[in-house]
Design a protein around this ligand. Sequence first.
Ligand SMILES: *[C@@H]1O[C@H](CO)[C@@H](O)[C@H](O)[C@H]1NC(C)=O
Ligand SMILES: *[C@@H]1O[C@H](CO)[C@@H](O)[C@H](O)[C@H]1NC(C)=O
Length: 293
Amino acid sequence: MAFFSNGYSVLMLVSVMVSSFMVASAGNFYQDFDLTWGDHRAKIFKQGQLLSLSLDKISGSGFQSKREYLFGRIDMQLKLVAGNSAGTVTAYYLSSQGPTHDEIDFEFLGNLSGDPYILHTNVFAQGKGNKEQQFYLWFDPTRNFHTYSIIWNPQQIIFLVDNTPIRVFKNAESVGVPFPKSQPMRIYSSLWNADDWATRGGLVKTDWTKAPFTAYYRNFNATACAWSAGSSSCSPTSSSAFSDSAWQNHGLDANSRRRLRWVQKYFMIYNYCADLKRFPQGFPPECRRSRFL
Ligand SMILES: *[C@@H]1O[C@H](CO)[C@@H](O)[C@H](O)[C@H]1NC(C)=O
Ligand SMILES: *[C@@H]1O[C@H](CO)[C@@H](O)[C@H](O)[C@H]1NC(C)=O
């Protein structure tokens, strides 16, 4: 817990003890999430074990977590819109609120049948994003459920797909780059139509004869610090959340670094840190190679 600034560690130690009776359990959608828009297009079923979002010509849909989190490991399994999903976007992200909000994004851009989805990632701190990296996946994300995870601690943010790290965003405050570390965030997801830009810059339009488009969610886990606004402190989501080192800062082991390099070499299709046209005056400071790994 050494990474928590000053007063927090004491508060947290207390809350770890107080909540040590909490049960470590995988999430239940009724218990952990609210369906926030899209009426009947967002659904929870199988006693809270499965959630679906859908999109038709009239509206998309979305949900958000009841709790806010400040650091942790968040896992969710998603099965994306199958078939001709071009024009649809499934966003799955963490975000705080307000004009200087922080945000950690996964966005899945659909495609024509047989063409690859794009996984778009971004990090916002103090209201500023512009840190995009995009990837193809090494599997068809519409056939089965796959696990998408975010490990968030004060030193870095790691994006993982089926436990393979695809992106590491390191805290570069030492060179003046803001890092999300003081605003608690909720988990959000939504499915909407973005055929004005998502598929090849808006060239391919959503095929509404295939609507409704549906994405599925299951096996949510948060091994995290759940924020309590009332006491301005956070407490672990399970008794093991702080003894469990899943999300604390150990950096990546050799095997994970190897996997990360493999993804970046063969599946990364856009990296803002390599986009010379965009940064003719020089890349942002966090882009120095040594800050990636
Ligand atoms: C869709 O497939 C095409 C052709 O393979 C590819 O160029 C494009 O990056 C894919 N994704 C999107 C969102 O257009
Ligand atoms: C969440 O945790 C449960 C119990 O530890 C595990 O069975 C499940 O696979 C986890 N889900 C994800 C998406 O990692």
